[in-house]
Design a protein around this ligand. Structure first.
Ligand SMILES: Nc1ncnc2c1ncn2[C@@H]1O[C@H](COP(=O)(O)OP(=O)(O)OP(=O)(O)O)[C@@H](O)[C@H]1O
Length: 286
């Protein structure tokens, strides 16, 4: 890759490594994503995909290697700081605030964005909120109304799945809906890159098809997306490029159709016949 091509990348991961005792979960993995690209990371269970996400998003620190976002070294940077820079993620098993409503979960994302863009906001913001409650500042009321309208709009992006439940506590929602709330909250951060860890896990065919459309819409809006996904038909339809991990190392990278037919990919999946998507790759590649 030329220097010009490298500098135009939004996210770059160089030779990143993470060891857990004797196990090297991620072994000198490199990748780069250009603005607006959708890149998927696939691989059998235990390949190192979630660990790689944790290293990129500051939940874990690499033993070696570097992560650069928009030219800035973000290796080991804390998740809150990364959110301020525009790096948002969702989790494999979904993480929402169960006792908060759908709307409030999304407002948490919007407020995190405001805090990030306004130095001193956590303290000053709390004071302002108390003052606002006491004297009802019109400016704060306007801001609150605008945030709520935006959160509602993001929620409406999920069709009728979330809107009728906007005031329900998220613990009362289905698993698939909680996953949607998590994505909505990430979108409220106005991310420049969104990392989605198995967004369709636990979803049926209809729900998976809806998620496909949603991700296509996000991509069409120009959002850069890094996706971990076991459902390979989804990966093949969505991705500009696919990266394949096995035992912590990158064994293939390229266009979806090329990766699907790559001998090492077929071998890796055939070696893990009992995992999600394995048969799909083997069958498609055969
Ligand atoms: N905190 C940890 N401590 C010890 N080992 C870990 C830790 N996190 C992950 N591992 C190990 O690292 C390897 C990679 O795990 P990881 O969860 O990244 O794989 P994955 O590709 O995301 O798998 P899956 O598709 O099942 O989610 C596995 O062998 C896992 O057991």
């Amino acid at each position: 890759m030329t220097t010009t091509a490298m500098t135009s990348m939004l996210l770059e991961v160089r030779d990143i490594t993470r060891r857990f005792g004797g196990l090297t979960a991620v072994d000198a993995v490199s990748l780069a994503i250009a603005p607006g690209e959708l890149v998927s990371v696939i691989g059998p269970n235990g390949a190192g995909k979630s660990t790689l996400f944790n290293l990129i998003t500051g939940l874990d620190t690499p033993d070696a290697g570097r992560v650069t976002f928009d030219g800035r070294d973000i290796t080991g940077t804390r998740p809150e700081r990364l959110a301020a820079l525009g790096v948002a993620r969702t989790f494999q098993h979904g993480r929402v605030f169960g006792n908060l409503s759908v709307l409030d979960n999304v407002l948490v994302g919007a407020h995190a964005r405001l805090r990030a863009t306004r130095p001193g906001w956590p303290v000053f913001g709390a004071v302002r909120e108390v003052l606002s409650a006491l004297v009802g500042s019109p400016a704060l009321r306007r801001e609150d109304t605008a945030l709520r309208a935006e959160a509602r709009e993001i929620i409406a992006g999920f069709g009728e799945r979330l809107l009728p439940r906007i005031d329900h506590p998220t613990h009362s929602l289905s698993y698939a809906n909680r996953r949607r709330v998590e994505i909505a909250r990430a979108l409220a951060l106005h991310p420049r890159i969104l990392l989605l860890d198995e967004p369709t896990a636990g979803m049926n065919e209809t729900e998976t098809a809806e998620m496909l459309v949603l991700i296509q819409q996000l991509k069409a809006r120009g959002l850069t997306i890094l996706l971990i996904e076991h459902k390979l038909d989804l990966v093949m339809r969505l991705s500009d490029r696919v990266i394949v991990l096995d035992n912590g190392t990158k064994i293939a990278e390229g266009l979806p159709r090329d990766v699907r037919n790559h001998p090492r990919v077929i071998e890796a999946y055939l070696g893990h016949r009992n995992v999600g998507g394995a048969q799909a790759v083997a069958a498609t590649a055969a």
